[in-house]
Design a protein around this ligand. Sequence first.
Ligand SMILES: [Mg+2]
Length: 390
Amino acid sequence: MKITSVRAKTYEWKGKTVPPQGNFCSNAMDLLYAKEESMQTFRFHGWTVVEVETDDGHVGYGEVALAPRVAKQIIDLYLKPLVLGQDPWDYEYLNQRMYRATHAWGRKGIGMAAISGVDIAIWDLLGKSVGKPVFKLLGGRTKERIPCYYSKLYRTDLKAMQEEAQKYLDLGFSAFKMRFGYGPAHLQHGVVENLKSVAAVREVIGYETDLMLECYMGWNLEYAKRMLPKLARYEPRWLEEPVLADDIDGYAELNAMNIVPISGGEHEFTLYGFKLLLDRKAVSVVQYDTNRVGGITMAHKINALCEAYSVPVIPHAGQMHNYHLTMSTLASPMSEYFPMFDVEVGNELFYYIFDGEPVAENGFVQLDDDKPGLGLTLKTEYLDQFDIIE
Ligand SMILES: [Mg+2]
């Protein structure tokens, strides 16, 4: 089997979107001046789909969600020539080839995201070529089904947040992640608002559920140190990305306080990046995304690393490329789950591109033992709502 074609197609949503509301999620731009800009950088309305085809007609799908137009350029110009004509079963060699050939400028960020898209597509077609789901190639089923946590609850009106929490509690979810709307720039008023929102959600979901708290890098170390003791009484399972992804000392300091477990990793890359986080005890939960770290080949190694360090892996975003790895490793107790909504920040856009993404039932997602590859096909229903750059 040889790879005969690599196609990167960028899907840009041009359909209706829900406008961002108020302080719906703190983020890294909050500490800068322009508020409008801060909210704009938080939207992701494009996706690059990678199709890798072989001489015997198998097509695998991968995807890149970061800077999708740039990712397409990297794939077209740099990665495609490295994998064309190669045997996809040599996936370790191909992954190393892409990683090493782009190392001078790749390493972290968009270079690794582009590699991830190609690697995921290769695994999808390998599964299809032998009629097995990808998780069966990675170690198989380690759990009956995958527990998942409801991940939305952006900071809006508190009543609306409570109604949202109630609705998904009634649908059977027993774990929830909410977003803070305020950070250091909002002074003590923001501290009070942040605490009010946590109290409001706990009031609805009670204490026999997990509650996770998301900062999306919108805080700083000093603010996070002040917030942790105030948050402890709400028994959060973790506090996510309190500071910039590069501030590993900051993560380590907060995690060492042992007040609330600190999580992170959705903006970290490669085996080396995660070894550093683990060596420094910077996070209590690892949250890589397979479509950023270097694909399934790399994520599988990071799983092994986390197992050895006894740190759970709960990948960013859910989605098939992560669910298959979660199913196949005991180091991964659950998944994040983005529900399908009208297009808002873009976290839901993959449902508009792919068919086959599992829908949670009673707080669990299931993978099919008999569905080859990742189990995804391209959706036609919303095609006219996208500009597609080929
Ligand atoms: Mg996150």
